[in-house]
Design a protein around this ligand. Structure first.
Ligand code: ADP
Ligand code: ADP
Ligand code: ZN
Length: 230
């Protein structure tokens, strides 16, 4: 029996950020990383890295991503499993953009059960479809450190210079255009939105209004993470 008052937690926190493209998952995941020392695992970032590196998985994923459709569960699980082998994930993870299908959610449950872990919270960031096009069309990222910005909603303090690392080069994603956004939203509603009920049934769902200012949402998420990891 553990002694009373002794913290016997050895299992890292597993938190999921659910939400349509542009909901603010990446922005919030990076803020939670800084605040709680958790590790952000973005399957979108992992897949873009695989495309850039020209791996087999990357070659298969490229056209699917450019069309705004979902990459197969098999490929996504392959890149995620590789990343989960790295030692830093023992600090606890924020899954950003994964799972996106029921198949992926079931695979995650099985993976966690094997490791004696469970989901602390699945947080659904809820936003209007209309806002998404504007969020995604204005999105850009620091090429050096990956910090996310927005033409209207999140500009660096000094124009053209990254707040985080001082970098001066920025990139825009190939799939962040109005035509592809429609396909990505359709994929979200058809394949990912059912996960809200999936996690509700598991008793781990938290809903957050994603239409407010970035800092207000961060405060709300911070409180959820504190509760989920207490
Ligand atoms: P996701 O990872 O869910 O696709 P991002 O975090 O990349 O979304 O956010 C999409 C874009 O919207 C980025 O340019 C980001 O700076 C901006 N953004 C994020 N959260 C908000 C918010 N609450 N209000 C306004 N703009 C936001
Ligand atoms: P966003 O931040 O706009 O939600 P992501 O960077 O998470 O976009 O994903 C970009 C693209 O990568 C998706 O449109 C999809 O093609 C692919 N992708 C990312 N994560 C997954 C996943 N879990 N399952 C299937 N495809 C994925
Ligand atoms: Zn930077």
């Amino acid at each position: 029996m553990p002694e009373a008052g002794v913290d016997t937690r050895t299992k890292p926190a597993v938190l999921i950020l659910l939400g349509p493209p542009g909901a603010g998952k990446g922005t919030q995941a990076r803020m939670l990383e800084d605040r709680f020392g958790l590790v952000q695992l973005s399957t979108g970032d992992l897949l873009r890295a695989a495309v850039k590196a020209g791996t087999e998985a990357g070659k298969k994923a490229r056209a699917v991503m450019e069309a705004g459709e979902l990459v197969s569960d098999e490929i996504v699980l392959e890149v995620l499993r590789d990343r989960m082998q790295e030692p830093d994930v023992s600090r606890g993870v924020i899954l950003d953009g994964f799972p996106r299908t029921t198949g992926q959610a079931e695979a995650l449950d099985a993976l966690l059960a094997d490791q004696g872990q469970s989901i602390g919270a699945a947080i659904s960031i809820e936003v209007d479809d209309d806002a998404m096009v504007r969020r995604i069309s204005g999105r850009y990222t620091c090429a050096a450190c990956g910090e996310g910005y927005h033409d209207e909603f999140k500009q660096p303090a000094r124009a053209g210079i990254c707040d985080k690392c001082g970098g001066t080069e920025f990139t825009r994603r190939a799939d962040d255009n109005a035509e592809t956004v429609a396909a990505r939203l359709a994929a979200y509603h058809a394949q990912t939105a059912p996960l809200i009920a999936y996690y509700e049934a598991q008793g781990v769902l938290e809903r957050v209004d994603g239409m407010g200012p970035i800092d207000a949402i961060a405060t709300e998420l911070g409180a959820i993470v504190e509760r989920a990891t207490a």
